[in-house]
Ligand binder design. Structure first.
Ligand SMILES: *[C@@H]1O[C@H](CO)[C@@H](O)[C@H](O)[C@H]1NC(C)=O
Ligand SMILES: *[C@@H]1O[C@H](CO)[C@@H](O)[C@H](O)[C@H]1NC(C)=O
Ligand SMILES: *[C@@H]1O[C@H](CO)[C@@H](O)[C@H](O)[C@H]1NC(C)=O
Length: 496
Protein backbone atom coordinates (compact mmCIF):
# COMPACT_ATOMS: atom_id res chain seq x y z
CA UNK A 1 0.00 0.00 0.00
CA UNK A 2 0.98 3.64 0.15
CA UNK A 3 3.31 5.48 -1.93
CA UNK A 4 3.31 1.88 -2.50
CA UNK A 5 -0.06 0.40 -3.21
CA UNK A 6 -1.33 0.16 -6.72
CA UNK A 7 -4.88 0.68 -5.55
CA UNK A 8 -4.11 4.31 -5.25
CA UNK A 9 -2.49 4.50 -8.63
CA UNK A 10 0.80 5.81 -9.83
CA UNK A 11 0.12 9.36 -8.81
CA UNK A 12 0.84 8.46 -5.23
CA UNK A 13 4.17 6.90 -5.90
CA UNK A 14 7.11 8.86 -4.65
CA UNK A 15 5.05 11.48 -2.86
CA UNK A 16 5.91 10.39 0.58
CA UNK A 17 4.56 12.97 3.03
CA UNK A 18 7.52 12.91 5.39
CA UNK A 19 10.40 15.13 4.23
CA UNK A 20 13.57 13.19 3.64
CA UNK A 21 16.35 15.08 5.29
CA UNK A 22 19.87 13.93 5.10
CA UNK A 23 20.32 14.54 8.80
CA UNK A 24 17.69 11.92 9.40
CA UNK A 25 20.23 9.33 8.42
CA UNK A 26 22.29 10.18 11.48
CA UNK A 27 19.32 9.96 13.76
CA UNK A 28 18.14 6.65 12.43
CA UNK A 29 21.45 4.93 11.85
CA UNK A 30 22.14 3.97 15.44
CA UNK A 31 18.62 2.90 16.34
CA UNK A 32 18.59 1.07 13.04
CA UNK A 33 21.68 -0.94 13.88
CA UNK A 34 20.42 -1.92 17.27
CA UNK A 35 17.03 -2.72 15.82
CA UNK A 36 18.74 -4.85 13.24
CA UNK A 37 20.44 -6.85 15.88
CA UNK A 38 17.17 -7.44 17.71
CA UNK A 39 15.36 -8.13 14.46
CA UNK A 40 17.86 -10.78 13.41
CA UNK A 41 17.78 -12.31 16.84
CA UNK A 42 14.01 -12.37 16.70
CA UNK A 43 14.09 -14.01 13.27
CA UNK A 44 16.50 -16.63 14.49
CA UNK A 45 14.41 -17.32 17.54
CA UNK A 46 11.12 -17.39 15.70
CA UNK A 47 12.44 -19.67 12.98
CA UNK A 48 13.89 -21.94 15.62
CA UNK A 49 10.54 -22.03 17.38
CA UNK A 50 8.65 -22.85 14.26
CA UNK A 51 11.02 -25.28 12.78
CA UNK A 52 11.97 -27.42 15.68
CA UNK A 53 8.70 -29.27 15.95
CA UNK A 54 8.33 -29.63 12.21
CA UNK A 55 11.47 -31.28 10.96
CA UNK A 56 9.11 -33.91 9.69
CA UNK A 57 5.85 -32.32 8.73
CA UNK A 58 3.74 -35.37 9.45
CA UNK A 59 4.79 -35.47 13.09
CA UNK A 60 3.80 -31.84 13.35
CA UNK A 61 0.39 -32.20 11.78
CA UNK A 62 -0.51 -35.28 13.76
CA UNK A 63 -0.10 -33.27 16.91
CA UNK A 64 -3.03 -31.01 15.92
CA UNK A 65 -6.30 -32.15 17.37
CA UNK A 66 -9.79 -30.88 16.79
CA UNK A 67 -11.05 -28.44 19.43
CA UNK A 68 -14.56 -29.82 19.37
CA UNK A 69 -13.38 -33.39 19.56
CA UNK A 70 -9.94 -33.89 21.10
CA UNK A 71 -9.75 -37.42 19.72
CA UNK A 72 -9.96 -36.30 16.11
CA UNK A 73 -6.62 -35.71 14.47
CA UNK A 74 -6.44 -32.82 12.08
CA UNK A 75 -5.66 -33.46 8.49
CA UNK A 76 -2.77 -31.57 6.99
CA UNK A 77 -3.61 -28.00 6.02
CA UNK A 78 -4.34 -27.74 2.31
CA UNK A 79 -5.48 -25.16 -0.18
CA UNK A 80 -9.08 -26.04 0.69
CA UNK A 81 -8.57 -24.58 4.19
CA UNK A 82 -7.61 -21.14 2.92
CA UNK A 83 -9.92 -18.31 1.92
CA UNK A 84 -8.37 -15.49 -0.06
CA UNK A 85 -9.45 -11.88 0.25
CA UNK A 86 -8.23 -9.72 -2.58
CA UNK A 87 -8.25 -5.96 -2.19
CA UNK A 88 -9.33 -4.41 -5.45
CA UNK A 89 -10.82 -1.31 -7.01
CA UNK A 90 -13.08 -1.06 -10.02
CA UNK A 91 -10.83 1.62 -11.51
CA UNK A 92 -7.84 -0.68 -11.98
CA UNK A 93 -9.71 -3.96 -12.28
CA UNK A 94 -9.42 -4.47 -16.03
CA UNK A 95 -5.63 -4.34 -15.94
CA UNK A 96 -4.98 -5.89 -12.58
CA UNK A 97 -7.20 -8.92 -12.97
CA UNK A 98 -4.57 -10.27 -15.36
CA UNK A 99 -2.32 -10.84 -12.35
CA UNK A 100 -5.01 -12.80 -10.53
CA UNK A 101 -5.57 -15.01 -13.56
CA UNK A 102 -1.90 -16.02 -13.39
CA UNK A 103 -2.27 -17.86 -10.08
CA UNK A 104 -5.96 -18.40 -9.43
CA UNK A 105 -7.26 -21.98 -9.81
CA UNK A 106 -11.08 -21.80 -9.64
CA UNK A 107 -11.60 -25.46 -8.80
CA UNK A 108 -9.04 -25.64 -6.01
CA UNK A 109 -9.45 -22.29 -4.26
CA UNK A 110 -11.94 -20.26 -2.33
CA UNK A 111 -11.85 -16.51 -2.16
CA UNK A 112 -13.32 -13.18 -3.10
CA UNK A 113 -12.25 -10.02 -4.81
CA UNK A 114 -13.59 -7.08 -2.83
CA UNK A 115 -14.53 -4.08 -4.93
CA UNK A 116 -15.87 -0.62 -4.20
CA UNK A 117 -18.81 -0.95 -6.61
CA UNK A 118 -20.36 -3.54 -8.93
CA UNK A 119 -18.90 -3.95 -12.39
CA UNK A 120 -20.18 -5.45 -15.63
CA UNK A 121 -18.81 -8.95 -15.12
CA UNK A 122 -20.14 -9.07 -11.59
CA UNK A 123 -22.28 -12.15 -12.04
CA UNK A 124 -20.07 -14.07 -14.46
CA UNK A 125 -16.62 -14.39 -12.95
CA UNK A 126 -16.33 -18.10 -12.32
CA UNK A 127 -16.15 -19.01 -16.02
CA UNK A 128 -13.49 -16.32 -16.40
CA UNK A 129 -11.16 -18.13 -14.00
CA UNK A 130 -11.36 -15.50 -11.30
CA UNK A 131 -12.54 -15.48 -7.69
CA UNK A 132 -16.10 -14.39 -6.93
CA UNK A 133 -16.56 -10.64 -6.85
CA UNK A 134 -18.06 -8.87 -3.88
CA UNK A 135 -18.77 -5.28 -3.00
CA UNK A 136 -17.46 -4.15 0.37
CA UNK A 137 -20.02 -2.84 2.79
CA UNK A 138 -20.39 0.86 3.37
CA UNK A 139 -17.68 2.50 5.49
CA UNK A 140 -18.74 6.13 5.34
CA UNK A 141 -19.38 6.14 9.09
CA UNK A 142 -15.68 5.65 9.85
CA UNK A 143 -13.27 8.52 10.28
CA UNK A 144 -10.37 9.00 7.85
CA UNK A 145 -7.97 11.85 8.50
CA UNK A 146 -4.72 11.14 6.65
CA UNK A 147 -4.07 14.11 4.38
CA UNK A 148 -2.68 12.20 1.42
CA UNK A 149 -4.13 8.74 1.61
CA UNK A 150 -7.50 7.54 0.49
CA UNK A 151 -10.37 6.42 2.67
CA UNK A 152 -10.72 3.20 0.65
CA UNK A 153 -8.07 2.00 3.14
CA UNK A 154 -10.87 1.50 5.68
CA UNK A 155 -12.89 -0.65 3.32
CA UNK A 156 -9.86 -2.77 2.46
CA UNK A 157 -8.76 -3.26 6.04
CA UNK A 158 -12.17 -4.81 6.79
CA UNK A 159 -11.86 -7.57 4.19
CA UNK A 160 -10.69 -10.24 6.63
CA UNK A 161 -13.53 -9.46 9.03
CA UNK A 162 -16.10 -9.28 6.23
CA UNK A 163 -14.90 -12.59 4.84
CA UNK A 164 -15.02 -14.16 8.27
CA UNK A 165 -18.63 -13.03 8.69
CA UNK A 166 -19.58 -15.08 5.63
CA UNK A 167 -19.13 -18.13 7.93
CA UNK A 168 -17.65 -20.40 5.29
CA UNK A 169 -17.09 -23.94 6.56
CA UNK A 170 -13.70 -25.45 7.31
CA UNK A 171 -11.61 -22.27 7.12
CA UNK A 172 -8.23 -22.28 8.86
CA UNK A 173 -6.57 -19.26 7.30
CA UNK A 174 -7.63 -15.96 5.75
CA UNK A 175 -5.03 -14.75 3.28
CA UNK A 176 -5.06 -11.14 2.11
CA UNK A 177 -3.47 -9.79 -1.02
CA UNK A 178 -3.78 -6.87 -3.41
CA UNK A 179 -5.07 -7.23 -6.94
CA UNK A 180 -1.45 -7.03 -8.12
CA UNK A 181 -0.18 -9.66 -5.70
CA UNK A 182 0.76 -12.96 -7.30
CA UNK A 183 0.80 -15.96 -4.97
CA UNK A 184 2.47 -19.32 -5.46
CA UNK A 185 -0.42 -21.18 -3.78
CA UNK A 186 1.35 -24.47 -3.07
CA UNK A 187 4.18 -22.68 -1.29
CA UNK A 188 1.69 -20.68 0.74
CA UNK A 189 0.13 -23.97 1.83
CA UNK A 190 3.52 -25.52 2.64
CA UNK A 191 4.24 -22.55 4.86
CA UNK A 192 0.90 -22.30 6.65
CA UNK A 193 0.78 -26.06 7.25
CA UNK A 194 3.70 -25.64 9.65
CA UNK A 195 1.62 -23.50 12.02
CA UNK A 196 -1.15 -24.59 14.34
CA UNK A 197 -4.16 -22.83 12.82
CA UNK A 198 -6.07 -23.04 16.10
CA UNK A 199 -3.70 -20.47 17.58
CA UNK A 200 -3.59 -16.77 16.76
CA UNK A 201 -1.11 -16.04 13.97
CA UNK A 202 -0.43 -12.97 11.85
CA UNK A 203 2.09 -14.03 9.20
CA UNK A 204 3.66 -11.90 6.50
CA UNK A 205 6.66 -9.77 5.77
CA UNK A 206 8.04 -6.25 5.80
CA UNK A 207 9.06 -3.92 3.03
CA UNK A 208 12.49 -4.14 1.37
CA UNK A 209 12.74 -0.45 2.15
CA UNK A 210 14.13 0.37 5.56
CA UNK A 211 12.43 3.78 5.55
CA UNK A 212 9.04 2.32 4.66
CA UNK A 213 9.41 0.00 7.64
CA UNK A 214 10.35 2.95 9.83
CA UNK A 215 7.39 5.05 8.64
CA UNK A 216 4.90 2.21 8.89
CA UNK A 217 6.30 -0.45 11.19
CA UNK A 218 8.69 -3.33 11.28
CA UNK A 219 5.85 -5.11 13.06
CA UNK A 220 3.46 -4.63 10.16
CA UNK A 221 2.75 -7.18 7.45
CA UNK A 222 2.87 -5.10 4.27
CA UNK A 223 -0.40 -5.72 2.47
CA UNK A 224 0.88 -6.06 -1.07
CA UNK A 225 3.20 -8.89 -0.14
CA UNK A 226 0.17 -10.69 1.23
CA UNK A 227 -0.39 -11.94 4.75
CA UNK A 228 -2.20 -14.72 6.55
CA UNK A 229 -4.43 -14.53 9.61
CA UNK A 230 -5.46 -17.68 11.38
CA UNK A 231 -9.12 -18.28 12.06
CA UNK A 232 -9.15 -17.50 15.81
CA UNK A 233 -7.29 -14.27 15.15
CA UNK A 234 -9.71 -13.32 12.37
CA UNK A 235 -12.53 -13.94 14.83
CA UNK A 236 -10.94 -11.73 17.46
CA UNK A 237 -10.22 -9.05 14.87
CA UNK A 238 -13.77 -9.14 13.50
CA UNK A 239 -15.21 -8.57 16.96
CA UNK A 240 -13.11 -5.49 17.76
CA UNK A 241 -12.04 -3.97 14.43
CA UNK A 242 -14.85 -1.50 13.84
CA UNK A 243 -14.16 0.15 17.17
CA UNK A 244 -10.44 -0.08 16.56
CA UNK A 245 -10.68 1.64 13.16
CA UNK A 246 -12.09 4.78 14.69
CA UNK A 247 -9.20 4.94 17.13
CA UNK A 248 -6.67 5.29 14.26
CA UNK A 249 -8.19 7.73 11.75
CA UNK A 250 -4.81 9.34 11.02
CA UNK A 251 -3.16 6.21 9.65
CA UNK A 252 -2.51 5.98 5.93
CA UNK A 253 -3.40 2.57 4.60
CA UNK A 254 -5.31 -0.62 5.21
CA UNK A 255 -2.35 -2.69 6.34
CA UNK A 256 -1.30 -0.21 9.01
CA UNK A 257 -4.89 -0.17 10.26
CA UNK A 258 -4.76 -3.96 10.57
CA UNK A 259 -1.43 -3.68 12.34
CA UNK A 260 -2.80 -1.12 14.81
CA UNK A 261 -5.56 -3.56 15.78
CA UNK A 262 -3.08 -6.45 15.96
CA UNK A 263 -1.03 -4.36 18.37
CA UNK A 264 -4.14 -3.84 20.51
CA UNK A 265 -4.74 -7.58 20.41
CA UNK A 266 -1.08 -8.10 21.27
CA UNK A 267 -0.40 -10.48 18.41
CA UNK A 268 3.00 -9.84 16.82
CA UNK A 269 3.94 -10.31 13.22
CA UNK A 270 5.48 -13.68 12.42
CA UNK A 271 7.86 -12.77 9.60
CA UNK A 272 8.33 -15.11 6.71
CA UNK A 273 10.89 -14.23 4.02
CA UNK A 274 8.81 -15.78 1.20
CA UNK A 275 6.22 -12.96 1.10
CA UNK A 276 7.47 -10.13 -1.10
CA UNK A 277 6.17 -6.60 -0.95
CA UNK A 278 8.88 -5.58 -3.46
CA UNK A 279 9.04 -1.86 -2.81
CA UNK A 280 11.59 -1.35 -5.58
CA UNK A 281 11.77 -0.01 -9.13
CA UNK A 282 13.67 -1.28 -12.13
CA UNK A 283 14.43 -4.95 -12.50
CA UNK A 284 13.70 -7.64 -9.91
CA UNK A 285 16.46 -9.73 -11.48
CA UNK A 286 18.96 -9.21 -8.66
CA UNK A 287 16.43 -10.19 -5.99
CA UNK A 288 15.15 -13.19 -7.90
CA UNK A 289 18.64 -14.51 -8.62
CA UNK A 290 19.39 -14.56 -4.90
CA UNK A 291 16.11 -15.47 -3.25
CA UNK A 292 16.44 -16.33 0.44
CA UNK A 293 16.46 -20.04 1.26
CA UNK A 294 12.69 -20.07 1.79
CA UNK A 295 9.74 -20.94 -0.44
CA UNK A 296 8.66 -18.22 -2.88
CA UNK A 297 5.17 -17.32 -1.64
CA UNK A 298 4.28 -14.03 -3.28
CA UNK A 299 5.38 -11.30 -5.66
CA UNK A 300 4.03 -7.74 -5.72
CA UNK A 301 4.44 -4.34 -7.42
CA UNK A 302 4.88 -6.17 -10.67
CA UNK A 303 3.54 -3.20 -12.56
CA UNK A 304 6.40 -0.91 -11.53
CA UNK A 305 9.22 -3.26 -12.49
CA UNK A 306 10.27 -4.75 -15.83
CA UNK A 307 8.66 -8.04 -16.87
CA UNK A 308 10.67 -10.77 -15.15
CA UNK A 309 11.48 -12.35 -18.52
CA UNK A 310 12.91 -9.79 -20.95
CA UNK A 311 11.12 -10.94 -24.09
CA UNK A 312 7.61 -10.76 -22.65
CA UNK A 313 5.15 -8.18 -23.91
CA UNK A 314 3.64 -7.73 -20.44
CA UNK A 315 4.44 -8.74 -16.89
CA UNK A 316 1.39 -11.04 -16.81
CA UNK A 317 2.71 -12.86 -19.90
CA UNK A 318 6.09 -13.30 -18.21
CA UNK A 319 4.47 -14.66 -15.05
CA UNK A 320 2.32 -17.07 -17.01
CA UNK A 321 5.51 -18.50 -18.45
CA UNK A 322 6.85 -19.06 -14.95
CA UNK A 323 3.61 -20.65 -13.77
CA UNK A 324 3.00 -22.80 -16.85
CA UNK A 325 6.45 -24.37 -16.56
CA UNK A 326 8.47 -24.27 -13.35
CA UNK A 327 5.64 -23.60 -10.87
CA UNK A 328 3.65 -26.49 -12.33
CA UNK A 329 6.63 -28.88 -12.38
CA UNK A 330 8.24 -28.17 -9.01
CA UNK A 331 6.67 -25.26 -7.14
CA UNK A 332 8.75 -25.77 -3.98
CA UNK A 333 11.96 -25.19 -5.91
CA UNK A 334 10.99 -22.13 -7.95
CA UNK A 335 13.61 -19.37 -7.66
CA UNK A 336 15.79 -21.49 -5.39
CA UNK A 337 19.42 -20.62 -5.76
CA UNK A 338 22.31 -23.01 -6.17
CA UNK A 339 25.92 -22.07 -6.77
CA UNK A 340 28.67 -24.04 -8.48
CA UNK A 341 31.91 -23.46 -10.34
CA UNK A 342 33.32 -24.35 -13.74
CA UNK A 343 36.94 -24.75 -12.69
CA UNK A 344 38.16 -25.43 -16.20
CA UNK A 345 36.86 -22.14 -17.61
CA UNK A 346 37.06 -20.29 -14.28
CA UNK A 347 33.37 -19.39 -14.16
CA UNK A 348 30.95 -18.87 -11.30
CA UNK A 349 27.51 -20.27 -12.04
CA UNK A 350 24.51 -19.27 -9.93
CA UNK A 351 21.16 -20.75 -10.78
CA UNK A 352 17.74 -19.52 -9.71
CA UNK A 353 15.76 -22.60 -10.60
CA UNK A 354 13.03 -22.09 -13.18
CA UNK A 355 13.97 -18.46 -13.70
CA UNK A 356 17.53 -17.66 -14.73
CA UNK A 357 21.19 -18.58 -14.51
CA UNK A 358 23.92 -16.01 -14.04
CA UNK A 359 27.41 -16.83 -15.21
CA UNK A 360 30.23 -14.64 -13.93
CA UNK A 361 33.82 -14.75 -15.12
CA UNK A 362 36.19 -15.55 -12.30
CA UNK A 363 35.41 -17.28 -9.03
CA UNK A 364 33.08 -15.41 -6.69
CA UNK A 365 32.31 -16.85 -3.29
CA UNK A 366 28.88 -18.07 -2.22
CA UNK A 367 28.77 -15.31 0.40
CA UNK A 368 28.86 -12.79 -2.46
CA UNK A 369 26.59 -14.72 -4.77
CA UNK A 370 23.86 -15.01 -2.16
CA UNK A 371 23.70 -11.19 -1.99
CA UNK A 372 21.27 -9.69 -4.52
CA UNK A 373 22.88 -7.56 -7.22
CA UNK A 374 21.40 -4.10 -7.38
CA UNK A 375 19.47 -4.19 -10.63
CA UNK A 376 16.78 -2.12 -8.93
CA UNK A 377 16.30 1.31 -7.38
CA UNK A 378 14.87 1.87 -3.95
CA UNK A 379 11.34 3.09 -3.26
CA UNK A 380 12.53 6.70 -3.48
CA UNK A 381 13.97 5.91 -6.93
CA UNK A 382 17.53 6.21 -5.75
CA UNK A 383 20.49 3.92 -6.08
CA UNK A 384 21.26 3.94 -2.38
CA UNK A 385 22.39 0.66 -0.94
CA UNK A 386 21.83 1.82 2.67
CA UNK A 387 18.11 2.02 1.93
CA UNK A 388 17.47 -1.73 2.07
CA UNK A 389 16.79 -4.13 4.90
CA UNK A 390 19.19 -6.70 3.41
CA UNK A 391 22.72 -6.88 2.05
CA UNK A 392 23.16 -6.19 -1.65
CA UNK A 393 26.06 -5.72 -4.04
CA UNK A 394 26.78 -3.73 -7.22
CA UNK A 395 26.11 -5.44 -10.55
CA UNK A 396 29.88 -5.79 -11.07
CA UNK A 397 32.92 -4.55 -9.23
CA UNK A 398 35.04 -5.02 -12.34
CA UNK A 399 33.42 -4.49 -15.78
CA UNK A 400 34.72 -7.93 -16.79
CA UNK A 401 32.57 -9.44 -14.08
CA UNK A 402 29.26 -8.12 -15.35
CA UNK A 403 27.09 -11.24 -15.22
CA UNK A 404 25.89 -13.09 -18.29
CA UNK A 405 22.22 -13.78 -17.69
CA UNK A 406 20.49 -16.82 -19.18
CA UNK A 407 16.69 -16.75 -18.87
CA UNK A 408 14.45 -19.80 -18.75
CA UNK A 409 13.02 -20.50 -22.18
CA UNK A 410 11.67 -24.06 -21.84
CA UNK A 411 10.56 -26.30 -19.00
CA UNK A 412 9.43 -29.90 -19.31
CA UNK A 413 9.26 -33.14 -17.38
CA UNK A 414 11.23 -36.09 -18.70
CA UNK A 415 9.02 -38.97 -17.59
CA UNK A 416 11.56 -41.68 -18.44
CA UNK A 417 14.27 -40.10 -16.27
CA UNK A 418 11.74 -38.68 -13.78
CA UNK A 419 13.43 -35.32 -13.86
CA UNK A 420 12.60 -31.78 -14.88
CA UNK A 421 14.58 -30.34 -17.75
CA UNK A 422 14.77 -26.57 -17.99
CA UNK A 423 16.58 -24.59 -20.66
CA UNK A 424 18.04 -21.10 -20.23
CA UNK A 425 19.07 -18.84 -23.13
CA UNK A 426 21.63 -16.07 -23.07
CA UNK A 427 20.21 -12.56 -22.95
CA UNK A 428 22.90 -11.06 -25.11
CA UNK A 429 23.40 -7.42 -24.29
CA UNK A 430 26.10 -4.85 -24.89
CA UNK A 431 28.72 -5.14 -22.24
CA UNK A 432 31.61 -2.96 -21.16
CA UNK A 433 34.97 -3.56 -22.82
CA UNK A 434 37.00 -6.18 -21.00
CA UNK A 435 40.63 -7.10 -21.52
CA UNK A 436 40.54 -10.45 -19.76
CA UNK A 437 41.88 -13.17 -22.05
CA UNK A 438 39.60 -15.91 -20.90
CA UNK A 439 36.46 -17.85 -21.75
CA UNK A 440 33.79 -15.44 -22.98
CA UNK A 441 30.28 -16.85 -22.52
CA UNK A 442 28.87 -14.34 -25.04
CA UNK A 443 31.01 -15.91 -27.75
CA UNK A 444 30.89 -19.52 -26.67
CA UNK A 445 28.04 -20.41 -24.37
CA UNK A 446 24.67 -20.13 -26.05
CA UNK A 447 22.40 -21.91 -23.58
CA UNK A 448 22.27 -23.92 -20.36
CA UNK A 449 20.29 -27.09 -19.63
CA UNK A 450 19.38 -27.92 -16.04
CA UNK A 451 18.23 -31.31 -14.76
CA UNK A 452 16.46 -31.47 -11.43
CA UNK A 453 14.17 -34.01 -9.83
CA UNK A 454 10.96 -32.51 -8.42
CA UNK A 455 11.26 -32.12 -4.67
CA UNK A 456 7.84 -31.41 -3.11
CA UNK A 457 9.24 -32.18 0.36
CA UNK A 458 11.97 -29.53 0.10
CA UNK A 459 10.52 -27.40 2.91
CA UNK A 460 9.80 -30.31 5.23
CA UNK A 461 13.54 -30.40 5.84
CA UNK A 462 15.77 -27.76 7.42
CA UNK A 463 16.48 -24.94 4.97
CA UNK A 464 19.52 -25.57 2.82
CA UNK A 465 20.49 -24.50 -0.69
CA UNK A 466 20.59 -27.26 -3.26
CA UNK A 467 23.93 -28.21 -4.75
CA UNK A 468 24.60 -27.92 -8.48
CA UNK A 469 27.11 -29.88 -10.53
CA UNK A 470 28.35 -28.96 -13.98
CA UNK A 471 28.19 -32.05 -16.16
CA UNK A 472 30.58 -32.96 -18.94
CA UNK A 473 28.95 -32.07 -22.28
CA UNK A 474 28.78 -34.73 -24.96
CA UNK A 475 31.82 -34.39 -27.24
CA UNK A 476 33.16 -31.48 -25.20
CA UNK A 477 30.72 -29.09 -26.94
CA UNK A 478 31.12 -25.65 -25.36
CA UNK A 479 28.02 -24.00 -26.81
CA UNK A 480 25.91 -25.46 -24.05
CA UNK A 481 26.41 -26.20 -20.39
CA UNK A 482 24.57 -29.03 -18.62
CA UNK A 483 23.90 -28.79 -14.91
CA UNK A 484 22.48 -31.25 -12.42
CA UNK A 485 20.75 -29.75 -9.37
CA UNK A 486 19.61 -31.51 -6.25
CA UNK A 487 20.03 -32.14 -2.56
CA UNK A 488 23.70 -31.85 -1.56
CA UNK A 489 25.36 -35.23 -1.13
CA UNK A 490 27.29 -36.26 1.94
CA UNK A 491 30.24 -33.86 2.24
CA UNK A 492 29.24 -31.81 -0.80
CA UNK A 493 29.17 -27.99 -0.70
CA UNK A 494 29.90 -24.94 -2.90
CA UNK A 495 33.66 -24.85 -2.45
CA UNK A 496 35.50 -21.95 -4.09
C1 LIG B 1 -25.95 -9.72 -10.22
O1 LIG B 1 -27.00 -10.60 -9.85
C2 LIG B 1 -27.80 -10.12 -8.81
C3 LIG B 1 -28.80 -11.21 -8.39
O2 LIG B 1 -29.06 -12.09 -9.46
C4 LIG B 1 -28.52 -8.84 -9.27
O3 LIG B 1 -29.35 -8.35 -8.23
C5 LIG B 1 -27.48 -7.83 -9.63
O4 LIG B 1 -28.08 -6.66 -10.15
C6 LIG B 1 -26.49 -8.38 -10.65
N1 LIG B 1 -25.40 -7.41 -10.80
C7 LIG B 1 -24.96 -6.95 -11.98
C8 LIG B 1 -23.85 -5.91 -11.94
O5 LIG B 1 -25.37 -7.34 -13.04
C1 LIG C 1 14.54 -12.64 -27.09
O1 LIG C 1 14.01 -12.51 -28.40
C2 LIG C 1 15.01 -12.36 -29.39
C3 LIG C 1 14.30 -12.09 -30.72
O2 LIG C 1 13.25 -12.97 -30.91
C4 LIG C 1 15.85 -13.63 -29.44
O3 LIG C 1 16.87 -13.48 -30.40
C5 LIG C 1 16.50 -13.82 -28.06
O4 LIG C 1 17.21 -15.04 -28.02
C6 LIG C 1 15.44 -13.85 -26.97
N1 LIG C 1 16.11 -13.86 -25.70
C7 LIG C 1 15.79 -14.71 -24.71
C8 LIG C 1 16.55 -14.58 -23.47
O5 LIG C 1 14.89 -15.53 -24.81
C1 LIG D 1 18.36 -8.34 -21.61
O1 LIG D 1 18.24 -7.86 -22.92
C2 LIG D 1 17.49 -6.69 -23.08
C3 LIG D 1 17.39 -6.39 -24.56
O2 LIG D 1 18.64 -6.39 -25.16
C4 LIG D 1 18.16 -5.57 -22.28
O3 LIG D 1 17.40 -4.39 -22.37
C5 LIG D 1 18.29 -5.99 -20.83
O4 LIG D 1 18.99 -5.00 -20.11
C6 LIG D 1 19.00 -7.30 -20.72
N1 LIG D 1 19.01 -7.73 -19.33
C7 LIG D 1 20.10 -8.16 -18.73
C8 LIG D 1 19.95 -8.55 -17.32
O5 LIG D 1 21.18 -8.23 -19.29
Amino acid sequence: MKYKNGLLGHKDIGTYPYPLRRRLVLYILLPMLSFYFLYTLNLLLSSANHRQPCTTSTANHLSFTDDSNPNTKFTQTGLQHIVFGIAASTRLWDKRKEYIKVWWQPNRMRGFVWLDKPIGEFNSTVPLGLPMLRVSSDTSRFLYKHRQGHRSAIRLSRIVAETHRLSLPNVRWYVMGDEDTVFVPDNLVRTLAKFDHRQMYYIGSNSESHLQNIYFSYNMAFGGGGFAISRPLAEALASMQDGCLNRYPVLYGSDDRIHACMAELGVPLTRHPGFHQYDVYGDLLGLLLAHPVAPLISLHHLNVVRPIFPNSSTQAVALKKLFAGPVRLDSASVMQQSICYDNVNQLTVSLSWGFAVQVVRGIMSPREMEMPIRTFLNWYRRADYTAYTFNSRPVARNPCQKPYVYYMSEARFDAAKRTTVTRYDLNNTDRPACQWKMFDPAEMLDHIIVYKKPDPGLWDRSPRRNCCRILATPGGDQSSMHIDVGVCREGEFSQI
